[in-house]
Design a protein around this ligand. Structure first.
Ligand code: PLP
Length: 228
């Protein structure tokens, strides 16, 4: 964030934070989503704080952005039947808000459990010779995912699935190879670091409900199936 903010300041740019999977993560003691002009959070059901359908949240510290976002989500309206700009229908159902306000009471406990599971994975996987992702200095991650790099990714994933373990890939296709961006003309080999992550990444199950026994089962199966 320090580098992003300095770069934006030097070039007269605004920072918009994508906090979609990082609810209550912190950087240097400060909550993410409070650094930029605006930030967006996802309440997609699978996120750390998820609704029962699609929902989301925008945070901002400036009144102008507040007014702008409120207009955008409601067809560009400033008042009933008066449209200042062209907007969208991105209003959130009250039903989703009810679900989220109940789940919000539990998010601290669920996040603490995610961190605990991540520490166990870190310790045991490092001991087994795997390269785990260390958070940046000063960063307090909330572990929406637990990614690890392996050399036999597809075989390891197949083996874990066979044993009923919900491992997954985040994400298999880097942006420059997405069909939507084919018009930019990038090809495989142009971004070797992103491609290597996409080919080697495997995410282990992590969420507030996993028991110590579940975590142990995952580690044992992973260490058997995967190669560093
Ligand atoms: C999930 C996610 C999104 C998309 O969020 P939606 O609520 O589905 O729009 C964007 N960015 C990141 C990093 C995400 O994890």
């Amino acid at each position: 964030m320090d580098r992003c903010l300095a770069f934006a300041k030097a070039h007269g740019l605004k920072v918009i934070e994508d906090c979609a999977q990082a609810h209550f993560a912190r950087y240097k003691g400060r909550y993410i989503g409070t650094f930029g002009e605006a930030s967006s959070f996802s309440f997609y059901p699978g996120k750390n704080l998820g609704a029962y359908g699609d929902a989301g949240f925008v945070a901002t510290s400036t009144p102008a952005m507040d007014v702008h976002v409120r207009r955008l989500i409601d067809h560009g309206r400033s008042e009933k039947y008066l449209h200042d700009i062209i907007g969208y229908n991105h209003r959130m159902d009250a039903m989703q808000a009810v679900v989220l306000s109940v789940k919000l009471r539990h998010i601290d406990a669920w996040t603490a459990r995610r961190k605990e599971i991540a520490r166990t994975y870190d310790e045991r996987l490092k001991r087994a010779g795997f390269q785990v992702l260390e958070p940046t200095a000063g960063a307090e991650a909330v572990y929406h995912l637990y990614p690890v790099q392996v050399s036999n990714r597809d075989a390891a994933l197949g083996e874990l699935k066979k044993r009923g373990i919900g491992a997954a890939i985040h994400y298999p296709v880097p942006l420059h190879l997405q069909p939507a961006f084919a018009y930019l003309g990038y090809k495989r080999g142009d971004m070797p670091v992103a491609e290597s992550f996409a080919d080697r990444e495997l995410s282990l199950p992590i969420c507030g409900e996993l028991s110590d026994e579940d975590v142990n089962t995952v580690v044992e199966a992973f260490v058997e199936a995967a190669h560093a």
